[in-house]
Design a protein around this ligand. Sequence first.
Ligand code: ZN
Length: 1072
Amino acid sequence: MSDPRRPNKVLRYKPPPSECNPALDDPTPDYMNLLGMIFSMCGLMLKLKWCAWVAVYCSFISFANSRSSEDTKQMMSSFMYKPPPSECNPALDDPTPDYMNLLGMIFSMCGLMLKTCPAVQPDMLNVHLVAHTHDDVGWLKTVDQYFYGVENDIQHAGVQYILDSVISALLADPTRRFIYVEIAFFSRWWHQQTNATQEAVRDLVRQGRLEFANGGWVMNDEASTHYGAIVDQMTLGLRFLEDTFGDDGRPRVAWHIDPFGHSREQASLFAQMGFDGFFFGRLDYQDKWVRKEKREMEQLWRGSTSLKPPTADLFTGVLPNGYNPPESLCWDVLCNDKPVVEDPRSPEYNAKHLVDYFLQVATAQAQFYRTNHTVMTMGSDFMYENANMWFKNLDKLIRLVNAQQANGSRVHVLYSTPACYLWELNNANLTWSVKRDDFFPYADGPHNFWTGYFSSRPALKRYERFSYNFLQVCNQLEAQAGPAANMGPYGSGDSAPLNEAMAVLQHHDAVSGTSKQHVAYDYARQLSAGWGPCEVLLSNALARLIGSKEDFSFCRELNISICPFSQGAARFQVIVYNPLGRKVDWMVRLPVSQTAFTVKDPSGKTVHSDVVLLPSSDRQDVSPELLFPASVPALGFSIYSVSPVLSRNPRARAPQPSSQKSWSGVLAIKNEFIRATFDPDTGLLMEIENLDQKLLLPVRQAFFWYNASMGDNESEQASGAYIFRPSRPKPLPVSRWAQIRLVKTALVQEVHQNFSAWCSQVVRLYPGQRHLELEWTVGPIPVGDGWGKEVISRFDTPLETRGLFYTDSNGREILQRRRDYRPTWTLNQTEPVAGNYYPVNSRIYITDENVQLTVLTDRSQGGSSLRDGSLELMVHRRLLRDDGRGVGEPLLESGTGVWVRGRHLVLLDKAQVAAAGHRLLAEKEILAPQVVLATGGGAPYRPGVAPRTQFSGLQRELPPSVHLLTLARWGPDTLLLRLEHQFAVGEDSNRNLSSPVTVDLQNLFSAFTITRLQETTLAANQPRASASRLKWTSDTGPTPYPAAPVLDPAAVTLQPMEIRTFLASVQWKKDS
Ligand SMILES: [Zn+2]
């Protein structure tokens, strides 16, 4: 057994016997040489600085004492050869025995250090006790309230005290171990410690007694998160550990013990980050029964259908008892279990009973696992504030249980960690079965499906996604402008606050919408606070790249057509920044107060523009909006100037309001690619036609609502923040018809549908657009009738879909879903609606294999196909009951969040070309252009240098299958760069977009030159070349571990769905 952290290196380290048998006539120099060698080996292997220093010391002595004596050596020896420290100070008169002793000692020391995992008993059942705390980064209390222990009447929890207490308890006894997970908390605590404490903690980490598991900033949600944000938040946490503890702090095990269902993409990402294994706590109760029976609680999870195994393979274990200790064995201030009393004279004596009980529990749970190792999670939410209580009782339990071995017990219990447990599983050399689907949806009972949170708090979910877009723009401009972005004419700009806020939002009670209301407000506050320093950064960077110190202005509320700047100024400039690696054409849309403008493009040519006077359903007035098409180069900007036309007649197009009755003929909107037809009687969308591909599909779209259950005879389960439970399977229409108005100009065609006072929609087509845009507005959902409501948008078509539909996994690969079915067990469907809901992070589609109808979302939502040919997305929900999963509040959302606006982008394609459409559109949606306004006429950034009106950060565009996932500042002259192949294997045969693609990184970027390139694993915390993972044998046959590809910056090849991560040393160009 040796250290799971460095298994490959351990294997190499065997003391060669010849070295233990040197010529002994005058051993000192050789001996010191050898010592030096050993210590330097240890140093190398362990990255222990003290080893290196001892090695240096020993080699100096060796040098000074070597047999040929020269003056210089004499001189050196006179001050070098002091009485050495004990490790290097044998008695030399009869060196042999001491010498060997010493060697033995040193080897055993090195061995000890290598072997940071505790000893196990090969022929016994080994029970790995994992002492842990689960610290939510916000839930019932805000992040700060949890850290400091404020508002303990809401929940008794103070993370700073937990860490203080755990560290003291670990220092008090060298056998104790603990794991820590949430770096958002740990890093904050760390920065408040003295040097002495930090050094003591470093020591504990080095010894493997404080082990980091997972190591993300937070333990992210898996159902409502986008992979880009997951990668960012993991990178942030793992970077802290790498910077603070080096390789000793690098977690080997992913640990998602609380998230409410698990996505396949998460497993794929963890594998690509270099994790050796993954443990979680929650899975469907039926799934768990079957797994226990089949002893498949531990498996290999194949996270990708595109990436070649074992790239996305991840050993995955289901923990036996969620993440809690066995019943009656909880020794926390938050528990009431009896402590271990081993004094037989005490009336409270219980040691024998506890030991017997423990042996019984351990043996029982081990039946469901395949090795002679089993794990117990000794801790839970915010436990270990008084760590002594836990450790004191665990110390006794371990001693008492192991003492039974003298009486023939075959159970060995030990302090352990997930990495040490995993290491033993790996040592067992078994062949593991392979899982290919995911763990959604999660139910903990027949009427308890955790599918409501896929849609809970839709406003926060959109704000999070929108902030992801803005953060990437901020990161890119920081990377392109270099230090000038951080300090410039507008003050100090910083991307870190938004990066951290976004990381916090990925927590499994944040973007999931499962926190208390005041905590949800605090999440929004953190995002908003992060935007400020990024806006300063953008101003600095844009001023530098444009060459003009403009008076920049940002409009954060364009989604609801509010922008005081454009509404107040008569003439202004519109800077459109495009974060994609390809040129983008985009319709700029700004609220204004004038009715006619002249808009000029970067070359000074007038572009067509319109002011549309938009009807407003809830107001009498109309709000003018300026529209003009912008074209923006890759990773760059175009500047348009807008000035009013005062003398001429306004070219404004007033809406042509009309009730549905006046439409005698066909009501349709149409561009060169799409035609959408509406039913003149009901005002509902009736038909979509793809003119290019000559497809016509009847599509009826309308809004419905499920009546949220308050609990009934079958189950008292109510719909709530987590749980979706409609009282009846059939939803009610919001309205059977819509009042409609048509707006048609040269630049836009819109059908405005008003379904009710709280539900409306605009169906929109711009010229050149291959999709239909449905912008819905829902809320405030009325609940005065005493009924909670869960609102869906439903598309009904005659497509024969045979129970199948498709949803994305965290915005990346696509999973097939089948109604009333689970791929790995025979489902007993008990909730025909909620039990068929799945997370939709970016798209859902149905197909009859000829025609595909795809709907892209602008945030995560729950979705399903409950009838063939139909698909639905839950857009909003408002509930009157708590669902009993801890949050203790009904999801009633007042204030912001009460009404929500969002967009569904609808594509109708032939199935074989559909991927090209939805992949490229989803990319434009996640990284939409950023609009910045300015008054124009700013002072030159550099005297004598004329400002520019257009810029591209790329010398050539990236191929369509390549997505620039990350371009961000990493260090003073280092950037983090991620390139992604955004197509899956076999997805696009038409344009060959699924083929491997090669990119030349040399001279690719305009603003900087790459001087050195290093490839890393996905989270950038270890070089790819030296990264190694534990190897597992699957029942699908051998999977050869490929060597890391040789890095040639001129030819970086990406396989389908591959992400490659680089740290690039750069030099910014002076003139860019
Ligand atoms: Zn949690």
